[in-house]
Design a protein around this ligand. Structure first.
Ligand SMILES: [Zn+2]
Length: 368
């Protein structure tokens, strides 16, 4: 029989509020609301993508309705009919709406009208409106009317990545929860746990790199791991970089040294070596900008932190660069390279343009 692969971000979705990663404050507050039976008619979950908003909404729906408990519980069983239906997204009384694709007011009105009817199967009807900032003004007003006079046993959970665009009158009627970007350390721990469970071969550094590049979003990190796990040699730093279209920081060392030391010939040779290794001109430019951005940080403060784009192993190299370049010159490079990526992306000869722009960073009459 064909074995259907379940994506990691679904397979390892948190099952209860204790398993919600990186959002401790939210988890504690929602648990307390369930224990004390203080259920608000509307919640606004705000935060970047992949930080657990939809997962939390589903967990909350299960917590309100789990059949193994007579009342809302912070520990839904995950096994009863309702818990299973909610997890699979097909419970009748849990209505998930993606506002990004259902912005018409008729649609929303029709759905909200149904909120007045008692739940058919569950204790609580739960409306999860994802990307709620995408609702049209008319649709938002229809929603507002309902949450101003909320029907009994109905909970609205509004999720958004863009809270400024949710109208104030709705915001002020919701209990607000701000989902934070998840720290790269927390993401790393989660990825290692999954990789071990799934018997995936991995390098620690590779998982750290995925964690760092996911910008605090667990779902993106888990999807990357999922994709990389299919490669025969496992999850290596090299594989992560090539999947992300990134040039290895060490491979850029020669190029940066040529720039710092004003050596046009080595500059072009190192560019050529990078092309030959399969790196695209735009990837080279982005890699260079990211490293010089770290170099700028280094000239201001020498402490390595999560803010750095480069890995901790690269810091010796970065230190060496920093002895030979001034802050002003780095800023000058950034000014000159501003908008160059657009030109390279749209040009018929990106290679040539990269070389021209990089050569323009060299200073005249030095080392001659
Ligand atoms: Zn249950």
């Amino acid at each position: 029989m064909l074995n259907i692969h379940k994506p990691f971000h679904q397979k390892y979705r948190p099952l209860n509020l204790d398993e919600l990663v990186g959002q401790e404050f939210i988890s504690i507050t929602l648990k307390q609301a369930l224990i004390s039976q203080k259920i608000a008619p509307a919640y606004l979950f705000n935060g970047p993508r992949g930080t657990g908003k939809t997962s939390s909404a589903r967990i909350f729906a299960k917590s309100l309705n789990c059949l193994s408990s007579k009342q809302p519980t912070p520990n839904p069983c995950g096994k009863c009919e309702l818990c299973i239906q909610i997890a699979e997204g097909n419970a009748l009384d849990i209505i998930e709406i993606d506002a990004a694709s259902n912005t018409g007011v008729e649609n929303i009105r029709e759905i909200i009208d149904r909120a007045r009817f008692a739940p058919t199967q569950a204790r609580w009807k739960v409306y999860v409106i994802d990307e709620c900032h995408m609702l049209s003004t008319a649709a938002s007003n229809a929603l507002l009317k309902t949450i101003e006079e909320p029907p009994e046993r109905v909970v609205f959970i509004l999720a958004t990545t863009n809270p400024e665009r949710v109208i104030n009158t709705i915001q002020s009627r919701c209990q607000k929860f701000d989902f934070k970007r998840i720290s790269s350390n927390t993401i790393f721990n989660n990825l290692s746990a999954i990789a071990n469970k799934e018997s995936i071969k991995f390098e620690d550094q590779a998982l750290k790199l995925i964690a760092k590049r996911s910008n605090g979003g667990m779902r993106d990190a888990q999807s990357l791991l999922d994709q990389l796990s299919l490669l025969p040699n496992g999850v290596t730093t090299k594989n992560v970089r090539s999947l992300l279209g990134e040039v290895s920081e060490n491979d850029l060392t020669d190029l940066i040294n040529a720039l710092i030391n004003n050596q046009p010939e080595s500059l072009l040779i190192s560019c050529n070596n990078l092309y030959d290794a399969g790196n695209e001109p735009n990837e080279i430019l982005v890699g260079l900008l990211n490293i010089t951005r770290d170099l700028l940080l280094k000239t201001l403060n020498n402490n390595y932190s999560e803010m750095y784009y480069t890995s901790i192993e690269f810091q010796d190299e970065l230190n060496k660069f920093s002895y030979n370049i001034s802050k002003n010159r780095i800023i000058d490079w950034h000014n000159k390279l501003k908008n160059v990526d657009y030109q390279i992306k749209t040009s018929d000869n990106p290679r040539l343009w990269l070389e021209i722009h990089l050569t323009s960073l060299l200073e005249e009459n030095i080392n001659q």
